[in-house]
Design a binder for this molecule. Structure first.
Ligand code: UDP
Ligand code: MG
Length: 320
């Protein structure tokens, strides 16, 4: 039995890896935990994979996966989650910004207190304000949309019950929304732990300011897909019906006006000379299009494939 799996995505972090893995092993040994550390090399262009191979040759508890190219942090976490054998799975960044000293506390909250997810909260952050201020806003919106009261959704340091990570699939840049995915999949016992945060010691940050725009687009996608994945017609059909009805009512009115006017011998405009006619036309066409979109979406979701997007070419220390 393995108590803890530590899952670490790695993208150009060659300098940090020796210090990080030694620190983790020290914490684990001091506390007598049985553990594994899964390092996923996400297409680094530096010597990260070589370093991982060397380190894992010295310590059987260190396991490595090497992606064929850079697939992103979410894909790396997903690959680690698929392999993780520990009762509690802890994710952390490779850059030494997260402290391995937090591992025992996180483990206790999941294993002892029975929580499904525990998210770190970098209450005192060592990042530039250009990152911390948008981050506050981002967290506020995510709290509001998800109803999950976390302060720091994007914190790399998190702990999960093994069942949780086996039951969610993350891709794209969904790593920011794992607590939402967990909750929507029925793992709603979510806690928070204030964690230490260090300035980046080596290397550079891999996410620039575009993270905030991407983050919001992903939030919209995640919540939309979650709500309508199984019933896209409820979304498109509603809009389509509203649009079509608007067009229908206007058309009916125009025809009525015309017939009524003629019957009274009044002088009435040609229907096609009225702006309302064009509005009706557009509303009718858009309405039909929304319906067709809904049908196509239904067809697509009825034979969805769950293809895994990343490819792994090498592994070390996995015995399955
Ligand atoms: N990372 C990754 N693939 C990527 C980008 C980042 O595996 O394409 C890893 C990176 O090596 C680090 C973690 O994700 O372990 C967080 O990245 P970073 O520290 O650059 O993000 P920040 O702390 O600036 O949010
Ligand atoms: Mg970092």
């Amino acid at each position: 039995m393995t108590q803890i799996s530590v899952v670490i995505p790695v993208f150009n972090e060659e300098e940090s890896l020796p210090e990080l893995t030694h620190w983790i092993s020290r914490v684990m040994n001091e506390r007598g935990f049985s553990y594994e550390v899964i390092l996923i090399n996400d297409g680094s262009t530096d010597r990260s994979w070589e370093v991982i191979q060397n380190l894992s040759a010295q310590n059987i508890q260190l396991k490595g996966l090497n992606f064929t190219r850079n697939f992103g942090k979410s894909a790396a976490l997903d690959a680690g989650f698929r392999r993780a054998q520990g009762d509690v799975v802890i994710t952390m960044d490779a850059d030494l910004q997260d402290s391995p000293d937090e591992i025992p506390g996180l483990y206790e909250m999941v294993s002892g207190n029975g929580l499904d997810v525990v998210s770190g909260w970098k209450k005192e952050r060592h990042d530039p304000w250009s990152k911390t201020i948008p981050s506050k806003f981002f967290n506020g919106v995510t709290r509001w949309i998800s109803g999950i009261q976390l302060h720091d959704f994007n914190c790399g340091l998190k702990a999960y019950r093994n069942k949780v990570v086996k039951n969610i699939h993350i891709y794209g840049e969904m790593h920011r929304y794992i607590p939402l995915l967990a909750k929507w999949n029925g793992f709603g016992k979510i806690g928070e732990k204030v964690v230490q945060h260090q300035p980046r010691k080596y290397g550079y940050s891999k996410f620039g300011l575009e993270r905030f725009l991407n983050g919001f687009l992903d939030l919209i996608t995640v919540s939309f897909v979650h709500r309508y994945k199984k019933k896209p017609m409820h979304f498109f059909g509603l809009l389509g019906t509203l649009s079509f009805l608007t067009g229908f009512v206007i058309t009916a009115w125009l025809i009525f006006e015309k017939i009524y006017g003629l019957s009274k011998g009044l002088k009435v405009r040609e229907i096609v000379d009225q702006p309302l006619f064009f509005l009706a036309l557009v509303a009718l066409i858009i309405g039909v299009q929304l319906f067709v979109t809904g049908f196509i979406a239904e067809l697509m979701t009825s034979n969805q494939s769950k293809e895994i997007e990343y490819k792994i070419d090498e592994e070390v220390n996995f015995d399955f």
